[in-house]
Design a binder for this molecule. Structure first.
Ligand code: GLA
Length: 473
């Protein structure tokens, strides 16, 4: 899956805090467009050379599956429903076709699909313990009596997509039949025959060498089927997530997304551990991300049992800043209105889905426990997240856009979770009140030339940088 961005030398600039500047962001955005054009030409030449040589099988030419140009969104069974196969005693929650049909119905009927949540992903424990006579994987006949094809069709009839799970190794992590090297082609073809739209390829029960062979092989095998199947690779998570063991350039060429780190659990501790790891390694990870190739910090656990409302907003905000896939793992049949409102927040989603595909960064880490995260967005807009690690009380954090290295100008600033908006001059000090373990998330328009009228209301000048009391956002 070669994607044009993969070969572009231009990446989110790895600038230290003091050098962050919107001028460079604007330059980057134009540069990317330009490079895509150049790259298409280069790809054309490449194609010609390959055709002339005609030494490689045709499938090699179809590497770009064109999928997931923005981070994928949907629902994934694992975190919430795990390997519950007890359909006799727990029919509503067991891994069965009914569970996926129920979730599809909710996505379709409760406004999720329109917002972009279109993938319905089966995870582990769907398969029968035995392959069929032709050596193909098959779904557990009791729990999936209609087979996987029935589920795909069910999704497609509703404008949704179906994802499935397999494991590059002898067994899945849950002990079900794996996909060792000699089964990769047949399994890829089976998934295509079942009309699935995405494969999560886990890595339990395989070694380094097998993974090195198996992950690229599955990418080629999926492409060879001719069906566009998005490819999620758990490979880096099994190799510690960092170079030199992990080659992110290669991953960007063969996978659409990849798990870099351990499994998320339904707790704030777990979310925080993931956040820490991703932002400590942001230089490496941001450079790897772009349209069609995403780092995956794992599922959203918003709507489950472990996160408070503030913590749920934090997960949503930080996943959007990271340009992370948004796969919810919750029970959409019983989700609370508050959790739904967070997951369906249109502005947070549009930040997540920004076409530029840059992965945002942490730009400030204060001793007070406040951290600031920033993601440049298309059309010279941007998002900021103020996050509190404190555990005492709401913290009033005072700053200005110029302190956050925004260029001079006036910005329309919208608070993503309250919808309040305000015009802010770069030099104007403002205060955000950040709840313990919570966030304030802002969406900022492109800077307009300074327009003094915007800073007067009813003849009264608004507070400026030199005022003692900052503007309260
Ligand atoms: C691994 C993966 C999880 C899930 C389980 C299933 O732990 O990281 O996301 O797929 O396997 O067994």
């Amino acid at each position: 899956m070669v994607n044009p961005m993969a070969r572009s030398p231009i990446r989110t600039p790895s600038l230290p805090y003091t050098q962050l500047s919107f001028t460079s962001t604007r330059g980057t955005a134009c540069g990317v467009q330009h490079l895509i054009q150049v790259d298409i030409t280069a790809a054309g030449m490449h194609l010609a050379v390959l055709l002339l040589a005609s030494a490689l099988p045709l499938t090699t030419l179809a590497l770009d599956n064109g999928l997931m140009r923005t981070p994928p969104m949907g629902w994934l069974a694992w975190e919430r429903f795990r390997c519950d196969i007890d359909c006799d005693n727990d029919p509503k929650n067991c891994i069965s076709e009914n569970l996926f049909i129920d979730m599809a119905d909710r996505l379709f009927k409760d406004g999720w699909k329109e917002l972009g949540y279109v993938y319905v992903n089966i995870d582990d424990c769907w398969a029968s313990m035995e392959r069929d006579k032709q050596g193909r994987l098959q779904a557990d006949p009791k729990r999936f009596p209609g087979g996987i094809l029935k589920l795909s069709r069910y999704m497609h009839d509703r404008g949704l997509k179906l994802g499935i799970y397999a494991d590059m190794g002898t067994h899945t992590c849950g002990g079900y039949p794996g996909t060792p090297l000699d089964k990769i082609k047949i399994d890829a073809q089976t998934f295509a025959d079942w009309e699935v739209d995405m494969l999560k390829f886990d890595g339990c029960y395989s070694d380094v060498m097998q993974q090195e062979e198996g992950y690229p092989l599955m990418s080629m095998a999926l492409n060879a089927t001719g069906r566009p199947i998005a490819y999620s690779c758990s490979w880096p998570a099994y190799q510690g997530g960092l170079p030199p063991k992990v080659n992110y350039t290669q991953l960007g060429e063969i996978c659409n997304l990849w798990r870099n780190y351990g499994d998320i659990q339904d707790s704030w501790d777990s979310v925080l551990r993931i956040v820490d790891w991703f932002f400590e390694n942001q230089d490496i990870l941001s450079a790897a991300a772009g349209p069609g190739r995403w780092n995956d910090p794992d599922m959203l656990v918003i709507g489950d049992f472990g996160l408070s409302i503030d913590q749920s907003r934090s997960q949503m905000a930080l996943w959007a800043i990271m340009a992370a896939p948004l796969y919810m793992s919750n029970d959409l049949r019983t989700i609370s209105n508050e959790a739904r409102a967070i997951l369906q927040n249109k502005m947070a989603i549009s930040i997540s889905q920004d076409v530029s595909g840059f992965q945002g960064r942490r730009i400030v880490k204060e001793k007070s426990g406040i951290e600031v995260f920033w993601r440049p967005l298309s059309k010279n807009t941007s998002a900021l997240v103020f996050f509190s690690r404190r555990t005492d009380m709401p913290f009033r954090y005072k700053t200005s856009l110029s302190r956050l290295n925004y260029e001079s100008g006036s910005y329309k600033v919208i608070d993503v979770f309250t919808d309040k908006s305000v015009m802010l001059k770069d030099s104007t000090y403002f205060v955000v009140s950040v709840n313990p373990t919570g966030v304030v998330m802002l969406y900022l328009s492109a800077p307009a030339k300074l327009n003094p009228r915007l800073f007067y209301r009813g003849g009264q000048r608004q507070r400026s940088a030199h005022d003692e009391n900052a503007f309260f956002l």
